[in-house]
Write a protein that binds this ligand. Structure first.
Ligand SMILES: *Cc1c(COP(=O)(O)O)cnc(C)c1O
Length: 412
């Protein structure tokens, strides 16, 4: 293999009729059971990716599948011209989990993460306009990922995502993570700031966490300056870190919280949960989406939360995640080239000192699905039903791969 492509994932030619947007592995999955999936050749894999933090309750879950079958037979889609009873049910549940049940929290439903973030950005702008700020600005972060619509890629802190799609949307101020002084300096004397917008733990950016003390300082600053705190929990939310939402480890509450990925265990769904400060910003005609909150997606959300509760998956994510992190720590201790093992619960990253995209293919050959993000960070975001025994299997595949990889000469 020539050195220049050494670190990229080998891909097979795309089908002639689908756009060439993904560097795909030469694998097609046909079915799954729990944390295991099989490809169309019958090879089995441990699913360390969970469809990128989406398959919360694993594959073919015995409670989720019959519930979805029942829903499909009744009605898949109606329209927001009518009431959808499970919208109210899921919204009430999310408001409760986010701690807003006593003070008027509300939810807007959509279908994807970027769409939830797009709604958050619109909320922040209207929040500004409602108080006379005509050119509202939103603080965003280095290495952030918020999606690939024009507004959300503008909020994203990754030039690769933005390249070729300018002009970007204006009204974003970018700051480094975990540096309250830098934030104060960047916004000093600026009356147009209306919100700060961030991931509690950056997913695509390389599993980078906001520190607890920073989150608490930031909450205070948002209150003092009347800014909305908007926390993108699209990837780190829905139980992944061992709490419903990752920011809850800091004992704070956001004003606006976009969700998606794990909320429907694989059925496309997005949501924006708003606290009292943002719940009533949108009025009829301000926002909407055809598919948002449809009966199938709402049923998936309701059942996903029910299963997380009934099966103690928050506790499981915390316990098995800690076990996994500890096992990696032991196995990789002292290995030169491993920079850091980080993350919380079942959202873990292992940062190497060099690009390691090639490991995705090698892991798949060994029967493990995982990803590499930010070029050099191995990312594991498996279903929350992962057992310690399955975690040990992951470690037994990943660690030798890392050891072997780091012993290879570095490409010039
Ligand atoms: C994946 C992701 C998004 C975008 O979600 P899509 O459903 O792909 O649009 C936004 N924010 C974060 C933190 C994500 O991980």
């Amino acid at each position: 293999m020539p050195a220049s492509v050494e670190t990229s994932v080998p891909s097979v030619p795309s089908s002639p009729h689908t756009m060439n947007t993904y560097g795909r592995l030469p694998i097609a999955l046909s079915h799954g059971q729990g944390v295991r999936v099989w490809d169309t050749n019958g090879k089995s894999y441990l699913d360390g990716l969970g469809g990128i933090a989406v398959n919360t309750v694993g594959h073919n879950h015995p409670k989720l599948v019959p519930a979805l079958q029942d829903q499909i037979a009744k009605i898949i889609h109606s329209s927001n011209y009518y009431h959808v009873p499970n919208q109210e049910k899921l919204a009430a549940k999310l408001v409760d989990l986010a701690g807003f049940s006593d003070n008027g929290g509300k939810v807007f439903f959509c279908c994807t993460g970027l769409e939830a973030n797009e709604a958050a950005i619109k909320l922040a702008r209207k929040f500004g306009h409602d108080k006379g700020i005509e050119r509202p600005e939103i603080v965003v972060y280095e290495k952030a990922f918020h999606g690939r619509s024009i507004a959300t890629l503008s909020a994203t802190g990754n030039e690769k995502v933005q390249k070729g799609f300018g002009p970007l949307v204006e009204g974003f101020i970018r700051v480094p993570l975990n540096d309250i002084d830098a934030l104060k300096k960047a916004t000093e004397g600026n009356p147009n700031v209306v919100a700060v917008f961030f991931e509690t733990i950056q997913g695509e950016g390389g599993i980078n966490a906001m520190r607890i003390d920073y989150l608490q300082q930031l909450r205070k600053l948002c209150d003092e300056r009347d800014w909305l705190m908007m926390i993108d929990e699209v990837q780190c939310g829905m139980g992944r870190t061992g709490k419903w939402f990752a920011h809850q480890w800091a004992g704070i509450q956001p004003d606006v919280m976009p969700l998606a990925k794990g909320l429907g265990s694989g059925v496309p769904i997005g949501a924006v949960v708003a606290g009292p400060k943002a719940a009533d910003i949108f009025q009829p005609g301000n926002h909407g989406t055809t598919f948002g909150g449809n009966p199938l997606a709402m049923r998936a959300g309701v059942e996903t939360i029910r299963i997380i509760e009934e099966e103690g998956l928050l506790e499981n994510a915390a316990k098995v995640g800690a076990h996994l992190k500890e096992a990696f720590g032991e196995q990789l201790a002292g290995l030169k080239g491993v920079k850091e093992i980080r993350g919380q619960g079942l959202m873990l990253g292992i940062e190497l000192d060099r690009p390691c995209g090639v490991l995705v293919q090698r892991a798949a050959e060994q029967g493990l699905l995982m990803s590499v993000t930010a070029d050099s960070v191995i990312r594991l975001v498996p279903p929350l039903i992962l057992t310690e025994a399955e975690a040990d299997e992951i470690v037994a595949i990943v660690c030798p791969l890392i050891q072997q990889f780091l012993a290879e000469p570095v490409a010039p």
